[in-house]
Design a binder for this molecule. Structure first.
Ligand code: CMP
Length: 143
């Protein structure tokens, strides 16, 4: 079963959107397998966003993401990586469709509420960067 890394960014946590984001993933039928509130270090974020190193927005992105806690999660389910990206909407909230998380709540590129892995390789890398093996819980619903 596929897994993806999802983070509610500082502005999402501050605006009380953690429950809304989690509800959308639960109602879509995905299963939560790891979750914690993290005040992330710059070192962790520089590693997380390593593909953007050197870009004009990199330092601001790392500064913002380390400014206050994020809700880090791992969700599991069939095609969860691509479905989560659809649920999130476009990176730029101005281009995100209504009904998507960013389309409904995003402010601008830097404050777009949510991060989600963009492929299988990044999902594996990000999950193992943010969570230990012990924090990733494998469980089956009884229903
Ligand atoms: P995220 O999905 O977390 O992945 C990289 C982040 O960089 C992205 O969401 C945006 O928040 C941010 N980002 C991407 N492009 C820009 C940009 N041009 N200006 C500011 N922030 C950006």
């Amino acid at each position: 079963m596929e897994r993806t890394f999802i983070a509610v960014k500082p502005e999402g946590v501050q605006r009380g959107l953690c429950g809304e984001v989690m509800t959308r993933f639960e109602k879509r039928g995905f299963q939560l397998v790891a979750c914690k509130l993290v005040h992330a270090s710059k070192t962790l974020l520089e590693s997380h966003y390593e593909e953007h190193k050197g870009k004009g927005f990199f330092d601001g992105l790392v500064a913002h993401m380390s400014s206050s806690p994020v809700l880090a999660m791992v969700w599991e389910g069939a095609s969860v990586i691509s479905t989560a990206r659809t649920m999130m909407g476009a990176t730029d909230p101005k281009k995100s469709a209504p009904g998507t998380i960013r389309g409904d709540y995003g402010i601008d590129m830097g404050r777009n509420i949510i991060h989600g892995s963009d492929g299988t390789e990044s999902a594996t890398r990000e999950i193992n960067l943010w969570f230990t093996k012990e924090e990733q819980i494998t469980w089956k619903p009884a229903l």
